[in-house]
Write a protein that binds this ligand. Structure first.
Ligand SMILES: Cc1ncc(COP(=O)(O)O)c(C=O)c1O
Length: 492
């Protein structure tokens, strides 16, 4: 016979000092919870034995109360489910008498909240963000992930959890994963780092939030790339920072312009390996200018290296952090592109003198990332699956990107230009003539094409219009037809 799982009891505050008998107190508490709809029809009720133990009373008052509630029709017995809240509730008059049963009013009286919550971000509901389908940005080739290996590692780690694994982990992250990441970054990304500088976070987004809290005050000036990553700008704006939009060209962020606009900005936030969204790689001379400026003006550089593992025309570009001799770069990395985004794991590489400040601020936000998935990821990397997966995906994404570029050229000819296709999992297509990209993106979404409008990424007036198109999650055979569909929508 299968055992019926027990239900959860509502709050039952028994008071032995009251003259009201215990069975009546239990009865009243259940009846009120049902009438107030805190427990709903069909919801399971704990067994009398379980409830008696929980309340620290003998079973008799519980049996009495349950018998009464069953008799009055508040409870019913269901075969295989035990005792549940009745589907048809009697005594409608009781609802009125108790003046309950109404959902609380959504808004009443003054309801003050912090003014920063009205700055941004609204929950992103743009049509081009809502689904899986052709050109979704940030989507990986989910069907190509070695799920059998991953699930074996999850099972193995879960089975071997000792008492220590149940406790809070290190707020910086597990030492195993941090060592593995440090090895990887020194080798593959030319970083100058030790495991002690690495903090595991739940993706780049949390990394940016912690960095903002540690480095910036309300009113601090921050250089942001224009166009640039909207979710990073939102973090800064909500923190009350003064965003200084610095134009981006083929060489990346224009440092000289930044100096003209705000010479003493506290932070410059950049995506030097693959500028988001235009896709340019920051030139060596701009990198040196940026680091020199940071040292001269006592500023920090935040390097968001979100998809640098995938380069198709050349070897991966060395990191900015690796060039920095003054410990002025905070490096942000993520597993969202190279594993999958719902894993929510990323990392910060910190200048050694900032580690303690980052840990203390982070510990106010959460008490560290989940250790189970850090251990699994460490095994996945340590056993060579990570490097193999990246190699396979590089070939696959290369093919998808080649077909996408060819299809765009065929569909739009010289009217459109493809930018940033040498790396990553998305490219940007810009039109020589201005086009209403937001309007077109909304229409495209109705046809399951998720084309992010480029103008969305600008602060102030958009200098160029076009679309950011993801190809990571779009199978090669679907790409030509999807581009033809986009052409029809643009033409109409
Ligand atoms: C510029 C940039 N940074 C970071 C990320 C990844 O964020 P996360 O690690 O929070 O998933 C993305 C994802 O699209 C991105 O475009």
């Amino acid at each position: 016979m299968t055992k019926t799982p027990s239900g959860t009891a509502p709050i039952l505050a028994l008071d032995r000092k009251l003259s009201k008998p215990l069975h009546r107190q239990i009865y009243d508490a259940y009846r009120t919870a049902i009438v107030e709809r805190r427990i709903r029809p069909g919801q399971r009720i704990p067994s009398t034995r379980v409830l008696a133990v929980e309340l620290g009373v003998s079973r008799f008052p519980v049996l009495n109360a349950y018998a009464q509630l069953l008799a009055e029709g508040y409870f019913e017995s269901r075969v295989g489910a035990g005792t549940v809240v009745s589907g048809s509730l009697p005594e409608q008059s009781a609802w009125k008498k108790l003046a309950v049963g109404h959902p609380p009013r959504a808004q009443s009286g003054p309801r003050s909240v912090a003014s920063r919550t009205s700055i941004r971000p609204k929950r992103e509901t743009h049509a081009w963000l809502t689904g899986l389908g052709a050109f979704g940005v940030g989507q990986v080739a989910a069907d190509q992930f070695p799920l059998h290996i991953w699930s074996n590692l999850v099972a193995k780690r879960s089975r071997s959890m000792g008492a220590k694994s149940f406790h809070y982990g290190d707020q910086m992250g597990t030492s195993g994963l941090r060592e593995t990441i440090a090895d990887y970054l020194r080798t593959a990304r030319s970083l100058n780092c030790e495991a002690g500088q690495i903090m595991i976070v739940s993706g780049s987004q949390q990394a940016l939030e912690i960095t903002t809290r540690v480095l910036l005050d309300p009113g601090s000036h921050v250089w942001v790339e224009n166009p640039g990553y909207h979710l990073a700008k939102a973090v800064l704006a909500v923190a009350g920072c003064q965003l200084v939009p610095v134009p981006v060209d083929q060489e990346g962020l224009n440092v000289a312009e930044g100096i003209k606009l705000s010479p003493k900005a506290r932070v410059a936030l950049v995506t030097p390996s693959h500028q988001f969204p235009l896709g340019h790689t920051m030139s060596a001379s701009r990198r040196l200018q940026l680091l020199e400026w940071a040292q001269r003006s006592g500023s920090w550089v935040v390097e968001d290296d979100y998809d640098s593992e995938y380069r198709y025309e050349s070897m991966p570009i060395a990191s900015l952090q690796g060039l920095d001799v003054n410990s002025r770069v905070i490096y942000v990395g993520t597993f969202s592109k190279v594993i999958f985004p719902s894993l929510r794991l990323g990392y910060l590489v910190l200048p050694p003198d900032l580690v303690e400040r980052f840990v203390s601020i982070r510990s106010l936000m959460d008490l560290g990332p989940s250790t189970l998935f850090q251990d699994v990821l460490s095994d996945f990397m340590g056993e060579g699956h990570f490097a193999r997966h990246i190699r396979r995906m590089r070939t696959l994404y290369h093919e998808r990107r080649t077909v996408l570029v060819d299809s765009i050229r065929r569909a739009f000819g010289s009217g459109a230009e493809v930018l940033g296709s040498e790396a990553g999992m998305h490219l940007t297509v810009v039109w020589r003539n201005q086009l209403k990209d937001v309007e077109i993106a909304n229409r495209a979404a109705l046809h399951h094409l998720w084309a992010w409008p480029l103008s969305h990424f600008y602060l102030g007036e958009a200098r160029r219009s076009g679309f950011v198109l993801g190809f990571g999650g779009t199978p090669v055979e679907e790409i030509p037809a999807a581009v033809r569909k986009l052409r029809a929508i643009v033409a109409s």
